[in-house]
Ligand binder design. Structure first.
Ligand code: GLA
Length: 390
């Protein structure tokens, strides 16, 4: 009898310890991730520390960026008890010390693993070690976990990610959970109670429209392709559960300034997570200006949490709309074409009321009201973003 009472106690206390954390990402997470720029070979603890410093000195922290996330290649093996080991050559002080450093800058710390037996770069994945890894991450002070999907033969995405989620709950530390199965299992249909964000595409690249016009398949791989793959997904996003069209390529050199402005604006219209992917230690003034434009960021971070969507598609001219809190609306006029477009917006055509004031959030200027038509000259691949308010 005593044995059963003990068992009952253990079971019930275990359940009550597995606390759920709500409200970890009431607005889309903002931060930086090492992958787009540093990939596998160039990431190490000094880079991560300097990036954390630069996030503060560049004004990015002040603009809302919070998470400093190490992607693949920090891990090298497991010890005899199965605990994950960091690569001591690249991270000689250990991950806990690095997390402490990032925290000392008033920032949060994120890490990467994979639901499979190995990560995409062939490092140890979390398969079979979920609870052990979650415990380790919590002990180190991790605040954000990106969980990839390589080497997962025979695994079910919902089951695998739910297992890791439960392990994180059990570990007892609030950790934002970022799913990365590239949209293969349509995570938007099942993951709102599992992850705080989920990738909807394959990997973005530092390219404007790569991948189009070849085999017609959409996988991701450029700003335009990742953008187009968000269509129809807007109804699945909201506070604590965001569609993730992948990290930013602003500042990585492959886009023109107009394209960087468009990329950033469109991600904000989509209520996408804003995870910078460039070298924050060496940014041009233009890059800083784009990444820290508070009026544009406010559209992304609006507390209503609605993902914007396309309302006009006309010969390489598109209009995106995002409802905002307090009755405001964001409108993005997007010239996808290869020449400057002279555009005239008739607000009645867009079925937007007449009494809105217009604010150009790139010019930081009030530019009229919706009671008259709006005219603009938009260079190729560029945007005009307006905030409409009463
Ligand atoms: C996958 C992910 C990328 C990155 C790499 C790391 O490709 O989609 O974002 O994490 O793995 O190996």
């Amino acid at each position: 009898m005593k044995k059963y009472i003990f068992l009952f106690f253990v079971l019930t206390t275990n359940v009550s310890f597995a606390q759920k954390f709500k409200n970890l990402a009431p607005t889309p997470p903002m931060g930086w991730n090492s992958w787009n720029k540093f990939q596998c070979d160039s990431i190490n603890e000094n880079v991560v520390k300097q990036i954390a410093d630069a996030m503060v000195s560049s004004g990015m922290r002040e603009a809302g960026y919070q998470y400093v996330v190490i992607d693949d290649c920090w891990q090298i093996g497991r010890d005899s008890a199965g605990f994950i080991i960091a690569d001591a050559k690249k991270f000689p002080s250990g991950i806990k010390a690095l997390a402490d450093y990032v925290h000392s800058k008033g920032l949060k710390f994120g890490i990467y693993s994979c639901a499979g037996v190995k990560t995409c770069a062939g490092r140890p994945g979390s398969r079979g070690h979920e609870y052990q890894d979650a415990y380790t991450y919590a002990k180190w002070g991790v605040d954000y976990l990106k969980e990839d999907w390589c080497n997962t033969d025979g695994q079910n995405a919902k089951e695998s990610y739910t297992l890791m989620r439960d392990a994180l709950y059990k570990a007892g530390r609030p950790i934002v959970f970022s799913l990365c199965d590239w949209g293969l299992s349509s995570p938007w249909t099942w993951a709102s109670d599992v992850g705080n964000l989920w990738r909807t595409t394959g990997d973005i690249a530092d390219a404007w429209d790569k991948g189009y016009g070849k085999d017609g398949k959409m996988w991701g791989g450029s700003v335009l392709m990742n953008l187009d793959m968000q269509r129809g997904l807007e109804k699945y996003a909201g506070p604590d559960h965001w569609n993730d069209p992948d990290m930013l390529e602003v500042g990585n050199g492959g886009l023109t300034v107009a394209e960087e402005r468009a990329h950033f604006s469109l991600w904000c219209m989509l209520a996408a997570p804003l995870i910078a992917g460039n070298d924050l230690r060496n940014m041009t003034k233009k890059t800083i200006e784009i990444l820290t434009n508070k009026e544009v960021i406010a559209i992304d971070q609006d507390k209503l949490g609605k993902q914007g969507y396309r309302i006009v598609d006309r010969q390489d001219f598109e209009v995106y709309m995002k409802p905002l809190s307090d009755g405001d609306t964001a409108i993005c006029l997007f010239n996808r074409g290869d020449a400057t477009k002279e555009i005239t917006v008739n607000w009645n055509d867009l079925k937007i009321g007449t009494n809105f004031k217009l604010r150009d959030v790139w010019k930081h200027a009030d530019v009229g009201t919706t009671s008259t038509t709006f005219k603009a000259s938009i260079p190729k691949h560029d945007v005009v973003v307006l905030r409409l308010s009463k």
